[in-house]
Design a protein around this ligand. Structure first.
Ligand code: AMP
Ligand code: ZN
Length: 723
């Protein structure tokens, strides 16, 4: 896309512009004449387009996000000062306002057909025989590309400007989603087709959501209580149909283009002779094209290429459901023509599905640490994408009800990426009438206690805290939180099965002689475990609170509690109101804490632990920390960019020692932002919100003020030679 000399020029221009815009505001820009403003804006647009290309198409940025943001904001301010100079292809114009109503229908320049599928080397050889026969030649060159699994789009450029983006629709008519397509940064708003003798072009590509982005999006959605997307394809297609381009822009979509549909005055076949050439042209115009586009001299080379891709595809950051094989010679396309549904000059090779059909034999209910019951499908073993699967999750009873899944059903199992296999749904057509409803158990399958279902929850629970299943999970968790080495799943299983421990407190009454009698245990192993257990007695109070496994009380909440209460007695005596009014603790957590201390068994466990010398109270160190002045108390502090003297972890620790609250995102509640080198978007956001900012040196100066009273912080600064 950019020649070496041009890149050099653009980099120089970038530096000049960065200098020029330093410290300038909209007011300064207002003083420029229209002509001056126009010229400067064009320069800024050129460099921003270049940096978009480096970042989004080549994944090889040459300036920091911070510098990029500066350029971008300068252009925004300049255009704000001179609205008449805004052009539709300005990088500032990617996001249009939200809208209501329907997407408009548009006719594609050529039909967006689907492809015939093949599933084996033999299928491919058969297809190759037909192609050679129809073309009357023995020598056919092919080109192999990934088959992107996303949402198909048509992009139209007129006089270098992106004028339309459309969904596939029924193949002939699609929906006009130009506004959303414009937000995707790897799609240029202006592309130099005219340099290649093209005035009008319609191209086809695939909008995808990278796997990494997909995973994060789903995690986010689950946190917000929204249903997750089933796969990246649905996520991409769903996002493209949102009516709020600003939201689309946030979703991290990407686009690969792989076909010229139509162009003028330059024509396919007459002027653009091969698919390889077409891809090169698209790449030269600034688009992302397939990372595999291998020209093969015969079908055997094709087969080798697709099989190799099949091996590698897990490592790609996008989903591909196969490979596409096209005849490289575009003139041959017309000769081969199309069947009713498919072109004859291309074919898809589908990767073995990561879905499979099998029979659901039974459902078992797994009991977790907090008593939650999860339905697990027991399946007739089946291969799914190269792995034998015999169990899959059914999530919760609502899911079973919604999908109407029954025992005896043939079901579709799917494995996406690294996730555990899950059931997509039943194949209703294959029912015989002998299928059985899946019943939610009325009693815990492990301990027999009657199941409860709280109103606000999708899952049924075993309420018995002495339930062996819960106890086992809790004990494993106890070992993990308190860092008791040797108390892993295998040991816990063994100790519980042999009846050596019946509760967590029993761990603190273990007898060495008894341990040694267990199969596989010697003096050494027994002593090690006992030492580790003994050591856990001196763990900090907040860790001990965490280890109790009170629902909704994780590490963070436990820390808040340990700051507020000196020991468990104080915590137990605290009223509901008092708990709920601690910043960071809500009504749900407060309720959960109160309920925990209502249960007789829990009180017994705590008593027995304390009698064994496991005290639920602040350690001396925690007390000392507590007494130190907290000059940053109540302050929310954000760090962005690299610091010269500290890692992120270190500064966060320092802030905590001083009573402050290190947070990750800039909001109106942020007290100040510490800005290091190459800061990210948090910097711009802080600027926008007008939040106070310190550089690293200023931050260190501030710390120096505090060290007189805080020996811990003094120690850290001394070690770093900053005092
Ligand atoms: P199908 O709809 O499953 O028959 O497959 C055809 C679809 O594959 C097209 O609609 C395209 O959206 C998609 N596709 C993905 N990658 C490519 C590619 N490299 N070349 C052609 N089509 C592709
Ligand atoms: Zn139970």
């Amino acid at each position: 896309m950019y020649a070496v000399a041009e890149e050099r020029e653009l980099q120089k221009l970038t530096d000049e512009l960065l200098k020029l815009i330093e410290g300038k505001t909209e007011e300064d820009w207002k003083k420029l004449s229209r002509k001056e403003a126009e010229e400067l804006a064009e320069k800024l647009r050129r460099v921003i387009r270049y940096h978009d290309y480096k970042y989004y198409v080549q994944a090889n940025p040459v300036i920091s996000d911070y510098q990029y943001d500066k350029l971008f904001h300068a252009l925004e301010a300049l255009e704000k000062a001179h609205p008449e100079i805004i052009t539709p292809d300005s990088p500032t114009q990617r996001i249009s306002p939200a809208f209501t109503g329907e997407f408009e229908k548009v006719k594609h320049y050529a039909e967006m057909t689907s492809l015939e599928n093949t599933y084996s080397a033999e299928d491919l050889r058969e297809w190759d025989r037909k192609v050679r026969e129809l073309l009357g030649t023995n020598q056919v060159e092919y080109i192999v590309e990934p088959k992107f699994d996303g949402a198909s789009v048509e992009l139209v450029y007129e006089k270098d400007l992106l004028v339309r983006g459309a969904t596939r629709g029924d193949g002939i008519y699609g929906e006009d989603i130009t506004m959303n397509v414009k937000t995707i940064k790897s799609i240029p708003l202006r592309a130099p087709f005219s340099k290649h003798g093209i005035d009008l072009i319609s191209i086809r590509g695939e909008v995808i959501m990278p796997k990494s982005v997909f995973q994060k999006l789903n995690e986010e959605r689950e946190k917000q209580g929204l249903p997750p997307f089933a796969n990246p394809r649905n996520a991409a297609a769903g996002t493209l149909r949102l009516k709020n381009p600003a939201e689309v822009a946030k979703r991290g979509l990407d686009c690969y283009v792989y076909q010229i549909f139509y162009s003028e005055p330059k024509k396919l076949c007459d002027d653009i002779k091969t698919q390889k050439e077409a891809l090169k042209l698209l790449s030269d115009c600034g688009f992302k094209t397939p990372h595999i586009q291998k020209v093969c001299r015969n079908i055997e080379e094709v087969i080798e290429t697709v099989l190799k891709a099949q091996e590698e595809r897990e490592s790609w950051d996008f989903e591909a459901d196969g490979m596409v094989i096209k005849v490289n010679d575009i003139c041959a396309w017309e000769k081969l023509g199309e069947t009713l549904h498919h072109p004859r000059w291309a074919v898809a090779y589908k990767f073995p599905a990561k879905q499979a059909v099998t029979k659901l034999i039974d459902v078992v209910w797994q009991v977790g640490r907090t008593g939650a019951l999860t339905p697990v499908a027991i399946l007739e073993p089946v291969e799914v994408g190269g792995v034998i699967v015999s169990r899959a999750t059914l999530f919760n009873p609502d899911f079973i009800r919604m999908k109407d899944i029954r025992i005896g059903d043939y079901v579709i199992v799917e494995r996406a990426g690294e996730t555990i296999p899950y059931i997509v749904g039943p194949i209703v057509e294959r029912r015989t009438g002998n299928e059985k409803q899946i019943e939610v158990p009325t009693h815990c399958p492990v301990c027999g206690a009657p199941i409860v279902k709280e109103l606000d929850e999708a899952v049924p629970r075993c309420p018995n805290i002495n339930c062996p299943a819960q106890l086992k999970e809790h004990m494993i968790y106890w070992g993990k939180v308190l860092d008791i080495k040797g108390l892993g799943e295998a040991t816990v299983n063994q100790l519980m099965r042999k009846g050596v421990v019946k509760s967590i407190a029993d761990l603190y009454y273990l007898d060495k002689k008894e341990l040694i009698k267990l199969p596989g245990w010697g003096v050494k192993k027994a002593e090690n475990l006992l030492t580790q257990i003994e050591k856990s007695k001196s763990a900090p109070f907040w860790k001990k609170l965490t280890a109790l496994g009170i629902r909704h009380v994780g590490e963070k909440t436990a820390q808040l509690l340990a700051k507020k209460f000196r020991n468990i007695q104080e915590l137990m005596n605290a009223g509901f109101e008092e708990l709920a009014s601690i910043p960071g603790i809500g009504l749900i957590t407060a309720t959960s804490i109160k309920n925990f201390f209502k249960a007789e068994q829990n009180l017994e466990m705590i008593k027995k632990l304390e009698e064994a010398g496991f005290k639920f109270e602040r350690t001396e160190e925690e007390e000392r920390e507590q007494e130190l002045p907290k000059p940053l108390a109540g302050q929310n502090i954000v760090f962005t960019g690299e610091l010269d003297h500290f890692t992120r972890k270190e500064v966060q620790h320092i802030v905590e020692l001083l009573g402050g609250n290190p947070t990750n995102s800039v909001t109106r509640k942020t007290s100040f932002v510490v800005v290091g080198k190459n800061p990210g978007s948090k910097y711009t956001r802080a600027q926008k919100l007008g939040i106070k900012m310190l550089n690293e040196q200023e931050f260190i100066e501030m710390l120096k003020e505090f060290v007189k009273e805080n020996p811990e912080v003094r120690k850290i600064l001394e070690e770093k030679g900053l005092l």
